[in-house]
Write a protein that binds this ligand. Structure first.
Ligand code: ADE
Ligand code: ZN
Length: 333
């Protein structure tokens, strides 16, 4: 079957919209908004994409995000991601955004939310693609900042399905964000968190016990704690795994060393995602292709990963059934 990686209908559940900013758009927006970047041109920014760890990436990612200023910028960014994702088989996306990154530059909720929603509505109309937003708190900023951000977000939550926790993980455990998560749930939001990417397995436990998350973003370091693996399997907690990101951020040395097969052997609900595709060398279909080639996964395993992505999403049962039927049609050839 040719290029099953792109043709398989799937959901993408771990994608940072700011991480879809391709260098060409970064420079177009820098010109449009007269923002000074620390790089001279597209080649120079690409040369900066040689990361040694998560923080070395975040430094570049936050510098790039500085070009995003107007509602049109956020709409253009979202439209470009949704178009590219759709071409790679994505039928539903749950998309992280980092409000604190924009608020601290004086760009407010109405600006980015209107931009996002305009592009998401157009993708629904024109591509039949569903999408929702996940509002992330930056864990390297004080928890009081997260609470203040949530308060500011309250009038703008249309289209937001959940809260998440991202940015520098080491030394920033989840527990201090318990109040922000409690408040978010009281507002009717679901909960996810990055945990066990660079940080220890205990951060995954903390995210489950203290934040009450329904999904763990990354979570690959759960393998260091067999009791935690058993719990994730028994409670069917999905892990949104990002293989090319893990290689680029040196969580693993090579795609051939990625623990995805072990996670699947353990019976965990694993999904494959792109994280920050403009920075890590590929969208979700590229990640499917990379694990198929690098780890020798067969077609049935890829179909299983696509099924997991639908099951792990926050979609209602009717839409899940419709997407499963689409997967069945493609899998049957
Ligand atoms: N923000 C964007 N990408 C991230 C990642 N992989 N981990 C933590 N925070 C992020
Ligand atoms: Zn991420």
């Amino acid at each position: 079957m040719s290029d099953l990686a792109s043709r398989l209908p799937k959901a993408e559940l771990h994608i940072h919209i700011e991480g879809t900013l391709e260098p060409e758009m970064m420079f177009d927006l820098a010109d449009r908004n007269r923002v000074e970047l620390p790089w001279r041109d597209v080649d120079e920014v690409r040369a900066a994409y040689r990361f040694t760890d998560l923080q070395s990436f975040l430094d570049v990612y936050y510098a790039g995000a500085a070009v995003l200023r107007t509602e049109d910028d956020f709409a253009d960014l979202m439209a470009a991601y949704l178009r590219r994702a759709h071409a790679g088989g994505v039928r539903h996306a749950e998309i992280f955004f980092d409000p604190q990154t924009h608020l601290r530059r004086g760009v407010g909720f109405p600006v980015f939310m209107e931009g996002f929603r305009r592009a998401m509505a157009a993708a629904s109309r024109e591509l039949g693609m569903s999408s929702a937003l996940i509002m992330c708190f930056l864990r390297d900023l004080p928890p009081a900042d997260a609470l203040a951000t949530l308060e500011q977000a309250e009038p703008h939550l249309e289209g937001v399905v959940a809260v998440g926790l991202d940015s520098a993980e080491q030394g920033h455990p989840p527990e201090p964000f318990a109040d922000a998560y409690r408040r978010a749930k009281a507002l009717g939001l679901r909960a996810v968190a990055h945990a066990g990417e660079e940080g220890p397995a205990s951060y995954i436990r903390g995210a489950l016990d203290t934040l009450g998350v329904e999904r763990v973003d990354h979570g690959v370091r759960c393998l260091e704690d067999p009791d935690l693996v058993a719990r994730l399997r028994d409670e069917r907690i999905p892990l949104t795994v990002c293989p090319l990101s893990n290689v680029r951020l040196r969580v693993v040395d090579r795609i051939e060393d990625h623990p995805l097969p072990r996670l699947l052997e353990e019976g965990l609900v694993v999904t494959v995602n792109s994280d920050d595709p403009a920075y890590f060398g590929g969208y979700v279909d590229d990640n499917f292709r990379a694990v198929a080639d690098g780890l020798g996964l067969d077609d049935a395993t890829l179909v299983g990963l696509a099924r997991n992505s639908v099951d792990a999403s926050f979609l209602d049962d009717a839409r899940k059934r419709a997407l499963h039927a689409e997967i069945d049609r493609v899998a049957a050839g």
